[in-house]
Design a protein around this ligand. Structure first.
Ligand code: ADE
Length: 343
């Protein structure tokens, strides 16, 4: 269900991937926002280049759509390195990984998305690869089994995850550089929207770029997606120019409200208010009531609602805030004594 959300930070279709790729910055100097991380990466890359070494392994974590993959590509580009891309769930057997690792050259980058979803076996296989640039590969079975020690070239692993907490400590500790990407403030998203509109050769008003940035949940991928929908609307319903009025009409039509909430966000908040008297309620109970996967709520719905203070996470479960109740135009039932005592 959440796959169809226009405000999901996840990548949706190969077509979107193609358009997104064309908007993606290729150099650090083109990258907008995450200033501290950008500066740290710049120093790390310059140091590695100066020493003629490969860069240390890098872990990028944060909600979907904030630019983890983009940064990995930029790092490869800035280092003049080749990037090989895979994802945690795609690496099922050590043989698959062996093939990839042994083909890497000095300085090459291996990008593993969703690295928290590596199996325990694959994770353990990675430890010596990351630490000592070698792998212990078991050939044959039973009495004939033997371990062969295969040396590797000095590659850089870039891992990306939405859940740093789900990484085992030994894997986490093998990353030398560790960057947490946070939601972008509206003024940076506005810059991104303006840059993207320029690349798409669309005329956009400053006020329209601001409307899109305010409804993008702090997420560049969503900002670019909303921009494309607004641009379609402007082409079909108007003269192609993206004005404030067109942006508001287009996004209202898409069900994206003034603060970027969509139907699923509003339903989640409403369920807490109406069924659970404002909370607290456990995430599993919420997922069951909404007929959604718990992971969907945790990865794709909650982060922005938490960040903006629409919900709070307590030991006893999720609670809506007064701000959320007001935004929805609702009132809390009178006997919400449990909520009052928590606030
Ligand atoms: N497009 C997507 N993310 C971006 C970013 N952080 N800077 C510039 N353009 C982008």
């Amino acid at each position: 269900m959440s796959r169809e959300r226009i405000v999901s930070g996840e990548q949706v279709t190969p077509e979107e991937d193609r358009v997104h790729l064309s908007l993606r910055p290729k150099k650090l100097s083109e990258y907008i926002g995450q200033n501290e991380i950008r500066e740290k990466i710049k120093v790390a890359l310059q140091a590695a280049k100066k020493r003629k070494e490969s860069c240390e392994h890098i872990l990028l974590y944060g909600p979907p759509g904030l630019g983890k993959t983009t940064l990995a590509h930029i790092i490869a580009n800035e280092m003049g390195s080749k990037l090989y891309s895979t994802a945690g769930p795609a690496l099922q057997r050590t043989g698959d990984l062996m093939g990839i690792l042994t083909n890497l050259n000095d300085g090459d980058i291996l990008f593993i998305d969703e690295i928290h979803r590596l199996s325990a076996t694959i994770e353990e296989f990675m430890y010596p690869a990351m630490e000592d640039y070698k792998v212990d590969f078991v050939v044959d079975k039973g009495a004939f089994a033997k371990v062969i020690n295969v040396p590797l070239k000095k590659f850089t692993l870039i891992g990306a995850t939405t859940r740093a907490g789900m990484l085992s400590a030994p894997l986490r500790d093998r990353f030398g550089l560790y960057y947490h990407l946070d939601f972008y403030p509206p003024h940076e998203l506005k810059e991104i929207v303006t840059r993207s509109a320029d690349l798409l050769e669309s005329k956009i008003d400053s006020a329209a770029a601001e409307i899109i940035s305010l409804r993008s949940r702090g997420t560049p991928r969503i900002a670019n997606r909303l921009l494309r929908r607004v641009r379609d609307f402007a082409d079909v319903k108007s003269d192609g120019n993206i004005t404030e009025d067109i942006a508001i009409k287009a996004l209202d039509t898409e069900g994206v409200d003034s603060l970027g909430l969509d139907n699923l966000d509003r339903k989640l908040l409403e369920v807490i208010v109406k069924f659970y008297k404002g909370g607290p309620v456990g995430i599993e109970a919420l997922a069951a009531t909404l007929n959604e996967e718990t992971d969907t709520l945790v990865d794709m719905v909650e982060p922005y609602l938490l960040k903006t203070g629409f919900i709070q996470r307590t030991k006893r479960g999720r609670m809506v805030s007064e701000k959320a109740v007001k935004h929805l135009g609702l009132t809390l039932p009178n006997d919400n004594s449990s909520q009052q005592s928590m606030l």
